[in-house]
Design a protein around this ligand. Structure first.
Ligand code: PAF
Length: 282
């Protein structure tokens, strides 16, 4: 497995691979890899000849009061995990390689999708994501890029950007990977203390309960949101950021629950903000 820090070098390497007719799969990550990331790598391994994993904690997608400095990093451990998964290359640039002095170009998707959920709570976050992802696409030249369903809104926004800016690649969405007890895997789970880790299970429990309720005929958005809220507020450390139910393909508001709906949650346990979601087909 090769490790690249230079944009020029990985771009040349990708070009050479493409000239030889090889397909490239890119898994963009911020590192501190867990099994959720590795499931993206495995999917890329199945679908493409060459697998590149980018590891870059992207400063421009963090707000001023967010956890950029504390975000967990362990490149050596990541490297071992990726070797075991037979990834072909890691791209781990320094911040100044991606954003040299005077950097001033950004890519932003506007409209309803980025204006909801995390987009309305984290100003500038998705502009940071779409900017870095566009750069990674231009640098690594993937035929396919793999994104986790855990960040459902991010996947929708990146899909829209790829379509509207005509990037010549396909976005592949990979299902959420959960711990045995149901907690969605996230690099931020390491911040949780024992009690918060236990309370955080309520997210998956509430999502399942909501699914049950919808499947047994409940079509009222407010009723389902209230049911979820009741379960979460029973946890002493939980502070709800949002509980939302939208159309799964475009985050449009719903008069009634029908079709494919996305139930999305963001809840803080102590200072750790977790997100989770479930798509329910009615
Ligand atoms: O999902 C993430 O880890 C990040 O938002 C991404 C896509 C790697 C961009 O920095």
């Amino acid at each position: 497995m090769q490790v690249f820090n230079s944009i020029k070098e990985i771009q040349q390497w990708s070009l050479q691979n493409k000239k030889q007719g090889k397909t490239i799969g890119l898994v963009p990550t911020m590192g501190y890899l867990h099994n959720g990331h590795l499931s993206l790598v495995r999917e890329a391994r199945k679908q493409c000849d060459i697998v590149i994993v980018s590891i870059f904690v992207n400063p421009i997608q963090f707000g001023v009061n967010e956890d950029f400095d504390e975000y967990p990093r362990d490149i050596q451990r990541d490297q071992l995990r990726l070797e075991a998964e037979k990834a072909d290359a890691i791209f781990a640039p320094a911040i100044k390689e991606m954003y040299p002095g005077g950097y001033n170009t950004y890519v932003e998707v506007l409209g309803e999708i980025p204006g909801k959920l995390c987009g309305s709570r984290r100003p500038g976050h998705f502009r940071g994501v779409t900017t870095v992802v566009s750069k990674l696409f231009n640098i690594c030249l993937p035929d396919k890029a793999f994104f986790g369903q855990k960040d459902a809104q991010q996947a929708l926004i990146v899909e829209k950007m790829v379509k509207e800016l005509n990037f010549p690649l396909e976005i592949v969405r990979v299902p959420i990977v959960r711990e045995e007890d149901g907690l969605a895997m996230s690099s931020r789970n390491v911040y949780l203390d024992h009690e918060q880790r236990h309370e955080a299970l309520i997210l998956w429990q509430a999502l399942q309960k909501a699914q049950e309720s919808i499947r047994s005929g409940e079509t009222n958005v407010e009723t389902v949101r209230r049911q979820i809220k009741q379960m979460i507020v029973a946890c002493p450390q939980a502070q709800i950021d949002y509980i939302e139910i939208y159309n799964a393909s475009d985050l449009a508001d719903l008069q009634k629950i029908r079709g494919q709906v996305l139930i999305a949650l963001a809840v803080k346990f102590g200072s750790t903000r977790l997100i989770d979601n479930l798509i329910v087909e009615v």
